[in-house]
Design a protein around this ligand. Structure first.
Ligand SMILES: *Cc1c(COP(=O)(O)O)cnc(C)c1O
Length: 251
């Protein structure tokens, strides 16, 4: 197996030193390092490591990088551009992997997504949910969906505000070709563990509220390369890790 090699890393900014992979290590080593971080955090907070899934975010990296990760046992991959997802899905057709779409969803791309993806994490409005439901082909299992919540209240970010969440969850739960699994968020970046944790706690509380309302949810999609420990402390069941596995993105 040829190891996909990434470009040499530039000087590492002091505040990101622990996130960027060490140069000279390969994708398999870095995936193992993320599993180690997941295990350490899970133990620290009294959680079972097996309940935390690793989504390898392969956006901007070539299909060859995914092939390498597949050979190391990684199965779930995250992409956030539909055209890039389409190209990679064709290149890797027949492989034992699942595609998670984690980007913003444009309505003219829902048919492609409904056909290719197994999971879509960024659903934040009824119109998109209905299109995905109507366009999910017969014969495929329901599309697994997370609602994206704008937990930090930033107007520039996508995601629904938590006050509007129950109504969207209600609608989604009635769409037969979608299966609502839980919530996803991308909080405002912070270097402070306690601030990171507070944002993730809000997503968990929103999830708990939906569960009290009768929704059967098992997925909290939160935590990335530099805040996955705080996310695990607050109950993340799926962490989305790009840079710390595949290296810095050029685009
Ligand atoms: C790019 C991306 C990630 C991965 O971020 P890293 O900091 O590279 O680990 C996770 N989630 C979403 C939604 C992304 O767009």
């Amino acid at each position: 197996m040829v190891e996909y090699s990434i470009a040499p890393f530039n000087a590492v900014p002091a505040d990101q030193g622990q996130v960027l992979p060490k140069s000279g290590t390969g994708i398999c080593d870095r995936i193992q390092a993320i599993h180690d971080r997941i295990h350490t955090s899970a133990r620290r907070w009294g959680r079972a490591p097996e309940e935390i899934q690793l989504l390898a975010v392969s956006k901007t990296h070539p299909a060859q990088a995914i092939t390498t990760a597949l050979a190391c046992g990684q199965r779930a991959f995250g992409e956030n551009y539909v055209s890039e997802l389409t190209t990679k899905a064709q290149a890797l057709a027949g492989q034992d992997l699942s595609w998670h779409f984690i980007g913003a969803i444009q309505s003219n791309k829902t048919r492609t997504l409904a056909t290719i993806a197994q999971w879509v994490h960024g659903v934040d409005r009824v119109s998109i949910a209905r299109r995905l439901n109507d366009q999910r082909p017969d014969g495929l299992p329901p599309l697994q969906v997370c609602i994206q919540v704008n937990i930090s209240g930033e107007t520039s970010k996508s995601g629904i505000d938590d006050a509007s969440l129950p109504a969207l969850a209600e609608t989604l739960a009635e769409l037969p070709r979608l299966r609502l699994r839980g919530l996803m968020t991308i909080p405002a970046p912070s270097d402070d563990f306690d601030i990171q944790r507070r944002a993730f706690a809000r997503l968990r509380q929103a999830q708990d509220d939906l569960i009290r309302r009768g929704h059967d949810l098992d997925t909290l999609s939160m935590g990335m390369s530099d805040d996955l420990e705080a996310a695990i402390a607050e109950g993340a069941t799926l962490v989305r890790v790009g840079t710390a596995i595949f290296g810095r993105r050029s685009g």
